[in-house]
Design a protein around this ligand. Structure first.
Ligand SMILES: *Cc1c(COP(=O)(O)O)cnc(C)c1O
Length: 379
């Protein structure tokens, strides 16, 4: 493949990798769990021995993602949670971890629980206060700074470059959950991140039919070696068919994300001053506190996710959701169909999410249909 191609090109072509044996443009599903050796007991295909360590069916998606993110290597996992978990499991007891107070709730809960049982110290920083991260990081002690941007479900934006300087100044690594931005909009490694994490369940696959995760590393260092071991020995690997679906879904990543960004911006602008709403949370709006940083680190769009704060509290929000006819009432994000959800109901009483908040994942339908649906539901 020529080296100077645009990301849209090598993504659409799945890294331009026709099968060397059959010439097929579509890769075969590779279900084999084990790989043969020749009469001298050398592996027939170097590096492929047993499917828990290395699966040739992962390679297209892994190489594509590593190239898109500008990293040295990528690894697929069985879910976004297991990908994130592999980073934390590669730390040592006594290490200190810093995470945002508001982030993907399942991961926050898991981290708090896991770190307390593994003797890893954990502190949470307030996203709304730009200085709080600086005062939460401990020089010489913090091993990992976790960033999610834009951050679920308020879409606060964290300055990755500043977070990287703070982390590196303290001797820590910076990990960025870039699920919502995707490499179409933000390449965290270019801003100094050490590891990028994706729930590939969302935009990377994009069709709501695979649970998967991925990590990309800036450098193949010792820490990455530990992460590799966590996957190979812990066994949180993706199934062969899921890996195949993922490489297929990724080929349309740019079209899907581009369309979702345009529609989300149009919806946010249309409803920004709607009388039935307290506010619209979207980094593409000038009124959003993260807009300036988003303009710097989200290139080509502000993402397909936004939230509406509805007048009338929880009752008002649930009333709107009840009336939706085009937006589908379901959790998750980043698929071709638009979803609406009441996060507080999903997260429960301990949730820091406002009860009047509805989270929208904008898909690739006609934006006129989406706007009309919200208009009638709010009316
Ligand atoms: C969904 C999600 C996760 C968890 O990923 P799974 O694939 O569901 O395990 C982590 N972070 C963010 C931002 C997500 O949206």
């Amino acid at each position: 493949m020529p080296k100077d191609l645009a990301p849209e090109t090598y993504t659409a072509q799945g890294m331009h990798s026709p099968d060397p044996v059959t010439g097929s443009l579509v890769p075969a599903v590779q279900p084999s769990t084990t790989f043969g050796r020749d009469e001298n007991y050398k592996l027939i295909a170097e590096s492929h021995s047993y499917a828990r360590d290395e699966n040739p069916g992962f390679l297209i998606a892994e190489r594509l993602l590593a190239q898109l993110e500008g990293g040295e290597e990528s690894l697929l996992f069985s879910s976004g949670m297991s990908a994130a978990g592999a980073i934390v499991q590669s730390l040592k007891p006594g290490d200190h971890v810093v995470i945002p107070k508001v982030m993907y709730w399942g991961l926050r809960n898991w981290m708090v629980n896991f770190c307390s049982r593994w003797g890893i110290e954990l502190d949470q920083y307030d996203l709304a206060d730009p200085n709080d991260l600086a005062s939460t990081v401990k020089a010489g002690k913090t091993a990992l700074v976790w960033v999610e941007t834009p951050c679920n479900p308020t879409w606060d934006v964290i300055d990755i470059e500043t977070a990287a300087e703070l982390a590196h100044g303290a001797g820590a690594r910076l990990a960025v959950d870039s699920t919502v931005s995707t490499p179409v909009l933000t390449r965290p490694i270019e801003f100094g991140a050490d590891v990028v994490m994706h729930s590939a369940t969302k935009y990377l696959n994009g069709h709501g039919d695979v649970v998967a995760g991925a990590l990309v590393t800036a450098k193949k260092d010792d820490f990455w070696g530990e992460i590799r071991k966590v996957r190979a020995e812990g066994g949180a690997i993706l199934g062969s068919f899921e890996a195949w679906l993922l490489q297929r879904g990724m080929r349309t990543l740019f079209l899907r994300v581009g369309h979702a960004c345009q529609s989300a911006l149009a919806i946010a602008q249309y409803f920004e001053n709607h009388p039935a709403l307290e506010s619209v949370l979207y980094p593409g709006l000038e009124s959003h506190p993260g807009h300036e940083i988003a303009r710097k680190q989200m290139l080509g769009g502000f993402g397909g996710m936004l939230s509406l704060r509805v007048k009338g509290g929880e009752k008002g929000a649930l009333g709107v959701i009840r009336k939706c006819r085009v937006f589908v009432r379901a959790t998750s994000l980043g698929g071709v169909e638009s979803l609406i959800e009441h996060r507080y109901s999903i997260e429960g009483a301990a949730s820091p999410i406002p009860k009047d908040l509805l989270r929208l994942s904008v898909g690739i339908e006609s934006v006129d249909d989406l706007i009309a649906d919200l208009e009638q539901a709010l009316g």
